[in-house]
Design a binder for this molecule. Sequence first.
Ligand code: SF4
Ligand code: SF4
Length: 405
Amino acid sequence: MSTAYPFARPLYVMAKPAGARCNLRCEYCYYLEKQSLDPPQSSLKGRESERVWERYIRDYIELQQTPDVLFTWHGGEPMLRSLDFYRQVIRLQQYYGRGKRISNSIQTNGLLLTPEWCRFLHDEGWLVGISIDGTREQHDAYRRDAQGRGTWERVVQAIRMLDEYGVEWNAMATANHVNAQDPLGFYRFFRDELHCRYLQVTPVVERFKEHSDGRRLAHLFDEDCPLASFSIRPEEWGRFMCSIFDEWVRHDVGEVFVQLFDATLAGWMGVAPGVCVYAEECGHAAVMEQNGDVYSCDHFVFPEYRLGNIRTHGLPEMLYGAKQNRFSRLKKEALPRQCRQCEWLKACHGECPRLRFLHTADGEPGLNYLCAGYRIFFQHVAPFMDYMRGELLAGRPASGVMRAF
Ligand code: SF4
Ligand code: SF4
């Protein structure tokens, strides 16, 4: 997954303490099949595993140039690791923190939450990102457990439990071929039923391609691969976000934070967005697997994008090294002419390279699959963004836009 935080960070390494293991079998998951990577994401045991995590915590804190350090625990399902594992994480963060302000977030499907977990999350001030795709019908379409049962009810119960214990949480939703059909039902569910204030919506797009190691999802460079049926289509994505925007811009500016809207406004203002997919370059969001392997990005956990292993390489060496620099710059350098000349480049930047598998009208490779949707969206929101930019430049809150149109 891409980063979920409302501010850009200089360097960022998301941790995968349970690797690709998960208690769910969501149909569109891009990470579950990473278990079949070769070399396998073998679980290190005992002292060897402890050393990996201790080194990660120490190096990651040292790496940061700022007094604030944000750790993100991601999966797979990170709650498959025990609470004792995370209690040890806290001890190590305190030991190596030396005056830095350390915060943690954990992204989870919520099914393993218990009162004991909630007390820990509350007492330690962790932010929880909960994966939920909307109403019961929308969510259960693809987010099922190993027995094929829908999980919506259990996720909503988990959210209620977080609320009960005063744990701060954000919603991480996907936009897919099913929930794209009812954007207002989707948005109002989060706003009116969950009272959610931070919503990240990630478009799901996957193509199929059988690999010899058992993986079934296509890599960026695989050609002529059929689109997975759960994928959102470009125009669906554009219309989906336009409908949500229309509701938001009239009622909820300053109350509900939708990541794409914030990022678009940042683009209009000429400042870095808080999410890599709309930034000029990649490379600020590496991941570390449970065996210590570090990869360029959560969406590029492929052997070609392995930067090294923390047992033998330092994080600075891997993250400032030539390989990661190349990966980072490529997002901008590989833009086709259509993007370089696009009026929406300031907010889009060609979006995420993982989806750049189309050719432009004049045959150049590297166009983002969702381009047509983004053009619909940016065209639609432009007058509102112009207005909000003007308000902010005049020192007034952007929420004035709700009365202006
Ligand atoms: S490829 Fe780049 S833009 Fe896409 S998720 Fe990774 S770091 Fe972000
Ligand atoms: S809207 Fe399309 S052409 Fe414009 S920058 Fe984005 S992907 Fe490129």
